[in-house]
Design a protein. Sequence first.
Length: 433
Amino acid sequence: MHHFELKSGALHAEAVSLEALAQDVGTPAYVYSSATLTRHYAVLREAVDAHTAALGGPNGGEALIAYAVKANSNLSVLATLARLGCGADTVSEGEIRRALKAGVPASKIIFSGVGKTDAELGFAIDTGVRQINIESAAELDRLIAIAQDRGASPAIAIRVNPKIGAGGHAKITTGGEGDKFGVPVDEAMALYARASASPHVTPVGLACHIGSQITDLTPLEAAFRLLRSMTEELRAEGLSVERLDLGGGLGVPYVGADHASSIAASPAEYVAMAAGVLDGLNVEAAFEPGRLLAANAGILVSRVIQVTERADGRRFLVLDAAMNDLIRPAMYDAFHEVLPVRPRAGAPVAYDIVGPVCETGDTFARGRPMLPVEAGDLVIFAGAGAYGAVMASEYNSRPMVPEVLVDGERYAVIRPRPTLEEMLAREPMADWL
Ligand code: PLP
């Protein structure tokens, strides 16, 4: 469910005309809907709160929803979620600083990632984040040394590699045996015991994240069951396990005329499954959704530069958005529905939808049937709110794509497009040139 709809013959973001917005801000531009972000959070929060007995820890408290900042790290997006009480899952000092600046309290910030530097670990300790997720023995050793220097004992979880990979593409699968993430199960058990013996860290639980755009609950359930049995074993050894971080990964519908990603589960079904697995374990759960909250809360608006027709009948729809603005199709073969902002009458036409970047990979779709469009028309890429603007670059010296947040009738540019002069001014010339 989202708030990008046709009104008076043209697409709007909430109450804002995308035609008027594009006129003002220019294209390409990302546009996010506050109402959609809020709704997505509320749906998940409601689902989690329906299972406080199973997910809320020994005191039946609030299980944490820690938004995965990497999905869309714009400060206004984070602040929108922070005001609803959402926490943050972060993977760099930069992301921790973003979350703090957006109003997420340190007590709701989880620090994950396979390659945290010493400086970042020190910063996380000094900031007093809720928990540092440890991904290797070497990292634990470094953290212990850094914490000892500071006379601290930060809360940690051990991220487990469950040998269960899942997700919409090999490049977004993280829980498989050969993937770089997490500690293999046997090693994780030993590491937890070792950490428990150190006065310089405080192990509070286990963590797991097996992949992204997961459309079937089966692998997630298997991973959660593994976390449960590991918890029981660790407790049998006399060790304390209070929290389980269940990661993110639940898929979202990327739906179009020639494509419908099959979503096996709603957020409510997903949370109910987790509650069923953890029931009676008395742990406090944390969920780390990224895509689920942000993907369908954002679109990329683009203008048609031209339609190039070849003698063989092939039609290229050349847009002013390119792979540097939205890399998911080039990187993950990802599907995004492309829709005209003001649909024209006529039968659908098959287009190869491309951008202006000098790479054949700068192809968003091939032979995609859509309503006819003409040069100067506006189109949107649906479902572009997650892993879109965050991955944008200035490749081909195309200035960084701007971001806009809509809230009812108002909107704000929350990351401006630099002018070409500003883009060039960021590069000081070597003084010998
Ligand atoms: N948690 C961790 C540790 C991750 O690495 C990721 C994504 O890579 C997420 C959460 C969010 O995943 P998603 O956007 O699929 O919910």
